[in-house]
Design a protein around this ligand. Sequence first.
Ligand SMILES: [Zn+2]
Length: 411
Amino acid sequence: MRSASIFTRLLAVDEVVVEDVAFDQDSRGPLLVIDVRPYARAAGRCSRCHAACPGYDQGGGLRRWRHTDMGQTRCYLQARAPRVRCAEHGVVVAAVPWARPGAKHTHAFEDTCAWLAAHTAFTVLTGLLRVAWRTVADIVARVVTDRTDGVDRLAGLRRIGIDEIAYRKGHRYLTVIVDHDTGRLVWAREGRDTATLDAFFDDLGPQRSAQLTHVSADGAVWIHTAVAARAPQAIRCLDPFHLAQWCLGAVDKVRRRTLARQQGLAPRAGRHVMWAVRKNPEHLSPDQRGTLAGLEESNRELYRAYLLKEQLRAVIHAEPGKVKALLAGWLHWARGAGVPEMARLADTVEHYRPLIINAVTEKTTNARVEATNTHLRALTKRAYGFHSPEALIAMATLTRGGACPPLPGRN
Ligand SMILES: [Zn+2]
């Protein structure tokens, strides 16, 4: 087999002719340069719409695209990048079969990079592929745009969750919409106000808004106002995830207030108490169980707060037929327990009572949505690399929006 045909097979790109292969060198070491050209039928096409177009000029002359390594050697495809005049898109660079428009990397390299971004740590990815994080962000954005282009991600929505996620310090937020039936992120935008949510309902359109049956969200008034106005038929539910967070927050306040009174408590003992009251009982270590048992004697207020937390958890997971009575009992107990933080929580719970009952009776949350919410929060914690909300949204769409490409050459 001629070496050109071997390289053609190795590249695994359709409609490409290998003309020459040579070694070159740059500041980072040796590299392999494969001279290629598209088949005649793939040449002279608009990079936006792929229509055959008359040539315009030679553009920037020879260009290189980084390809996946050959062995341990960096590999580049080299070709001319002429421009064409498209009737619809004007003068544009001609399409090439091996790369997306505007990309400096081949399809195979970009898909490998995106797949790794979704499946491994960023340091592994940047080390393995020898790319900067900024390059990864650009590639992810391009791959996601390419793979979601023409895909209606809002089709068939029935039950959705609306969430607001803080990213970066300084209180900048994204509003995200998750499909409860698939667990997928289907929409996200910077901002958290009625205008942001109105943009979602505008994208959804009146007909599909009317088909929503359930909407779950945290307690934000603006969300419930917008949903009531734009999808009044949908049953609104409080996301139990947020209810659990509020409850943990109240228990933490009780713990800090009561432990501050206990003079001379070692920091280590304080940490034991923290985990003992925060964790679910089934996850407690024997030591933590002991700490908890001791609290019943030493810190009655905190112990009562703990019991209220556990009881509210039981309400969230109750049989739909029992939730009303259990919640009424919980409210009565929380108000009479003599713990101010829990009485304040009871006021909040009272305020959202119908939405909590809906959440339990309609069983809106599922493990996949929880996993998506947890994942999105973890993603924002790594937000040092995200220079813009768009980059973060692209990353979230890649990992949770079903936009991750398969590894090149695998099915
Ligand atoms: Zn065109």
